[in-house]
Design a protein around this ligand. Structure first.
Ligand code: TXA
Ligand code: MG
Length: 345
């Protein structure tokens, strides 16, 4: 599907006051009419379409080049909206929605027949989330339908945290982009399966395991360490190659000096992604140094990660070395994405 022109609507300065900007109305109408529109959320930019229409949802898969077996998250503007999307709402889902919505949490619940089969990719469940972003909710409410939206990147690329990332990946392939500044968290929502006896984190994200456990209690949350299964279940999308820059990304625990010197001796051009505090240590050996922010602020590192991977991708080095981070709190999501970016499959 190609478009002569992808509309650009800028609402960066709008803080939610009435009346609704005409740009949001136009974008909402576009979704209502079965088109695809990218929009900001508090996690990353999403690519939205009417979740009740097969034809509209199909356009998302085409624009992204997304495999058809990877289901989409349905975004709602008001909590009541999920009653029509699910056949039942498990009590733990209700508790989590109460605690974390609007916010970066997707709840997987039994689906109803209203939702397009293309959204659920043949599963009997649907992932639902109410975003904590004024533009996102205004768009959904204006469209008047639940909005299916994956991250607004070409499949396999890092998720977009800025409107310009969306433009780079999808210009000419979608109807429009609602520009609303930088996404806050910078990593996607946490996806939690609520259909069994315990809540299972299928993808770590903005809401942490620690926060979920605090709300539900230890017994109601699946924890890998306490399970006989070695692998925790994953969201279908996690099996795909993702986020990877074109040059190999290598994760380095601890000091990377020795390795950098070795690569330089062999004539390689190397990039380094590390915390600002390590800049003096590595900037001389590195051909390109990309600062991820301060070691003391993992939330900042999360918010810069995808932009840094895109910068690394364009830096034309032979390989990129990246520091690792502690896997607690938001560090779990950071390391999950870095491992995907570093893996070759
Ligand atoms: O923060 C986010 O979640 C962003 C913004 C736009 O909301 N969206 C996003 O969507 O990251 P996407 O499509 O890039 O990732 C959705 C993930 C995939 O790994 C998919 O497999 C999983 O959620 N997922 C969706 N529906 C599911 C379901 N019914 N059961 C299990 N996993 C599901
Ligand atoms: Mg994605």
């Amino acid at each position: 599907m190609s478009y002569k022109q992808t509309n650009l609507w800028n609402v960066d300065n709008w803080k939610g006051e009435q009346p609704l900007p005409p740009e949001v109305k136009e974008a909402g109408l576009c979704i209502k009419n079965g088109e695809t529109v990218a929009f900001p959320t508090e996690t990353v930019y999403g690519l939205g379409a009417n979740a009740l229409s097969d034809a509209a949802v199909d356009k998302i898969y085409q624009a992204k080049g997304r495999p058809g077996d990877n289901p989409l998250i349905v975004h709602i503007g008001k909590k009541e909206q999920w009653n029509d999307l699910c056949s039942s709402i498990p009590s733990m889902a209700e508790t989590l929605a109460e605690a974390f919505w609007p916010g970066p949490l997707t709840l997987v619940v039994p689906r109803s027949s209203t939702v397009s089969d293309k959204v659920t990719a043949g599963l009997s469940t649907v992932g639902v989330r109410m975003p904590d972003h004024i533009v996102a909710r205004a768009l959904i409410n204006t469209a008047g339908v639940p909005v299916a939206a994956p991250s607004a990147n070409r499949s396999g690329r890092p998720s977009p945290t800025k409107a310009e990332h969306v433009h780079y990946d999808l210009n000419g392939r979608i109807a429009g982009i609602l520009q609303g500044g930088e996404a806050g968290y910078g990593l996607e929502s946490t996806v939690v399966d609520c259909t069994g006896g315990q809540a299972v984190i299928l993808r770590p994200g903005g809401v942490t395991l620690e926060q979920i456990t605090e709300v539900l209690g230890d017994d109601l949350v699946f924890q890998k360490e306490h399970s006989e299964k070695r692998e925790a279940p994953k969201a279908p999308g996690m099996k795909y190659r993702h986020y990877a820059p074109s040059s190999p990304l290598v994760l380095m625990e601890g000091d990377m000096h020795g390795r950098l010197i070795e690569e330089k001796k062999q004539g390689s051009k190397v990039g380094v992604m590390a915390v600002e505090e390590n800049k003096p240590a590595y900037q001389h050996e590195a051909d390109v140094f990309i600062s991820l922010g301060s070691r003391h602020d993992l939330r900042e590192i999360a918010s810069r990660l995808y932009d840094s991977l895109r910068t690394a991708d364009q830096s034309q080095v032979d390989m990129i070395f990246c520091e690792t981070f502690p896997e607690t709190e938001i560090g779990a999501a950071i390391m999950n994405r870095l491992r995907k970016a570093a893996s070759s499959s």
